[in-house]
Design a protein. Structure first.
Length: 82
């Protein structure tokens, strides 16, 4: 897919939309409970100094995700609407 990238590679202040959740079933279920599905807009707010945590704005909630979990969330496109 052209322009696709993993959530962990988003720079603070950028946003995109979920294309695919390729996580373990338990994490996929937890994310879907929060309303994260393909098409959901996510904005990266910050990353920890070591890069292990990515802080995101998802449907009005601030969520911190581990790098290993972010690597399995495929994102696409830049959005300016968030």
């Amino acid at each position: 897919m052209d322009g696709a990238f993993c959530l962990g590679r988003m720079a603070p202040g950028t946003s995109g939309r979920v294309i695919l959740l390729g996580c373990a079933p338990a994490l996929s279920r937890r994310l879907s409970d929060m309303g994260v599905f393909p098409g959901t807009a996510i904005r990266c707010l910050a990353q920890s100094p070591g890069g292990d945590l990515t802080v995101c704005l998802i449907r009005g909630a601030v969520v911190a995700l581990r790098r290993r979990d972010c690597e399995n969330i495929l994102m696409g496109g830049a959005e300016n609407e968030i």
